[in-house]
Ligand binder design. Structure first.
Ligand SMILES: [Mg+2]
Length: 292
C-alpha cells in the first residue's frame, strides 16, 4: 500500500473510531447479547504481531474484557490460522475455537479437536514437503517454520538476509504447488495448505449453523485470510439468516485493501480492538421517558 493510500485509510480509521459511530453500529448486539456471537482472530487483532509467534500474549486488559464478554454474550469464539489447541492455550477460556483457517474446531468442553473431513487425504503430501524441504538448511537462512501438521507456515519476517530467506521460502512454495497444495501469502510469510474449499468464511458459517439461536454476529480480523469471514457475514445478513452483523477491519501499516473495503468499522490495531470490546461490554443506557 502506498503512503497516500495508508494516510487515506488512517483518516477513515479516525472517522470510524468515533465513539458515537461505534456505539450506533454495536447497538443491535448490545441490546440482544443472548442472541449474539462475537468471533475474533488472534494475531494482529487481539494480540500484536510479533517476531516469535510462540511468545504471543493477549494483553491483560483485553483478557479481562474477553472474560466478561464470555459471560454476557451467547457465544465468544476464535477463528485463527493457528492450531485450535494453540489458540485455546493462548486465550485460556473454554470457548469456541476454529483453528488452521477452518480446518479444525475445538468446541467448548471438548477434549479433542475435530478435523474437517476433507483434510485427511492431503496430510501425507504436507508431511512430505515438511520432511524433505523444511530442514536445517531453511532454518539456517533465518526462516521461521511453524508445523501445524497439515498446514505449514514459513516466515522470512525477521531474517537477517530478508531476500535470501524469502527466496528460500518461495522455492518451498513452488515444490508445494507442484504437489497440488495451495500456497497462501501472509505477512512476511506463506502458508502451505491442502487445496480444500475451507476458509475462515466457511468456518464462520459453521459456527452460525451450529448455533441456531444466534441472530447477530461481530467478526474482527486484520489479514487477507479474514476477508472470507467478512464476506460470509455479509452473505448471511443478505440471506436473512442474521439480523445484524458488524464486520470489523483491524488496520495496520500492512492491512490489505480488501479488509478495509469489506469492513463496517475500522479500528487501529489490537489497542483499537480492545477499545471496541470495552464498548461491547458497556451497558446500554436506558432512554428516560419523555415528559409530556
Ligand atoms: Mg490476524
Amino acid at each position: 500500500m502506498s503512503s497516500d493510500q495508508f494516510q487515506h485509510h488512517l483518516r477513515r480509521v479516525a472517522i470510524s473510531s468515533r465513539g458515537a459511530d461505534i456505539d450506533a453500529t454495536l447497538l443491535p448486539l448490545r441490546l440482544d447479547p443472548k442472541h449474539t456471537a462475537i468471533l475474533l482472530d488472534i494475531d494482529g487483532t487481539l494480540a500484536p504481531v510479533i517476531l516469535h509467534p510462540e511468545r504471543t500474549r493477549i494483553p491483560a486488559p483485553t483478557m479481562s474484557l474477553l472474560r466478561r464478554l464470555h459471560v454476557e454474550y451467547r457465544l465468544l469464539g476464535i477463528i485463527t490460522g493457528r492450531r485450535a489447541l494453540d489458540a485455546r492455550h493462548i486465550v485460556g477460556l473454554d470457548i469456541d475455537y476454529t483453528g488452521n483457517h477452518g480446518l479444525e474446531r475445538l468446541t467448548p468442553h471438548a477434549a479433542k479437536t475435530v478435523l474437517d473431513a476433507s483434510v485427511g487425504a492431503w496430510r501425507d503430501r504436507v508431511r512430505t514437503v515438511f520432511e524433505q524441504h523444511c530442514g536445517p538448511d531453511l532454518a539456517a537462512r533465518g526462516v521461521g517454520i511453524e508445523d501445524k501438521e497439515f498446514v505449514l507456515t514459513l516466515r522470512w519476517r525477521g531474517a537477517s538476509d530478508l531476500a535470501a530467506a524469502q527466496a528460500a521460502v518461495f522455492a518451498v512454495g513452488e515444490v508445494a504447488k507442484k504437489a497440488g497444495l495451495v500456497v497462501q501469502p501472509g505477512r512476511g510469510s506463506i502458508e502451505i495448505r491442502p487445496p480444500v474449499d475451507v476458509d475462515k468464511g466457511t468456518a464462520l458459517r459453521r459456527v452460525v449453523d451450529d448455533n441456531p439461536q444466534i441472530r447477530h454476529v461481530l467478526y474482527a480480523g486484520d489479514e487477507l485470510g479474514d476477508v472470507s469471514a467478512l464476506r460470509a457475514l455479509d452473505a448471511l445478513r443478505r440471506s436473512g439468516r442474521l439480523q445484524s452483523v458488524v464486520r470489523v477491519g483491524v488496520a495496520s501499516d500492512q492491512v490489505p485493501d480488501a479488509i478495509l473495503r469489506n469492513a463496517d468499522l475500522v479500528v487501529r490495531g489490537p489497542r483499537g480492538v480492545q477499545r471496541l470490546l470495552k464498548r461491547l461490554h458497556k451497558p446500554v443506557k436506558a432512554v428516560p421517558p419523555r415528559t409530556l
